[in-house]
Design a protein. Structure first.
Length: 104
């Protein structure tokens, strides 16, 4: 019985190490979200950090400031959603779909 428990602990430790590796690698992976037909693009990494915002020149017009604000907000939210999906998918591959408390 002690041997079985030792194997279980080793598996848990291996899984924890793999989770840490995945979390670290997510910082180097990116997702891109475009809204308004590509007028605004936001890039985020796997840690849900926004890396860049690009705005098409034709969108920048003082009279359209409210539209621009709405497009940026939509693009940021979409990039964060995609980033969370990417992170969840990476963890799901590791855990085989098992929900692990405290992870994502």
């Amino acid at each position: 019985m002690a041997k079985g428990m030792g194997n279980l602990l080793k598996q848990a430790q291996r899984m924890q190490e793999q989770m840490l590796e995945i979390q670290e690698s997510l910082g180097g992976r990116t997702v891109e979200a475009q809204v308004g037909g590509g007028m605004v693009t936001v890039v985020a990494n796997g840690h849900q950090e926004i890396l860049s915002v690009s705005i098409a020149a034709e969108v920048i017009d003082p009279e359209d400031a409210e539209l621009l604000e709405d497009l940026i907000l939509a693009a940021v939210n979409e990039a964060q959603r995609k980033s969370k999906e990417m992170a969840s998918a990476a963890m799901e591959r590791l855990t085989g779909g098992m929900k692990v408390p405290g992870i994502m």
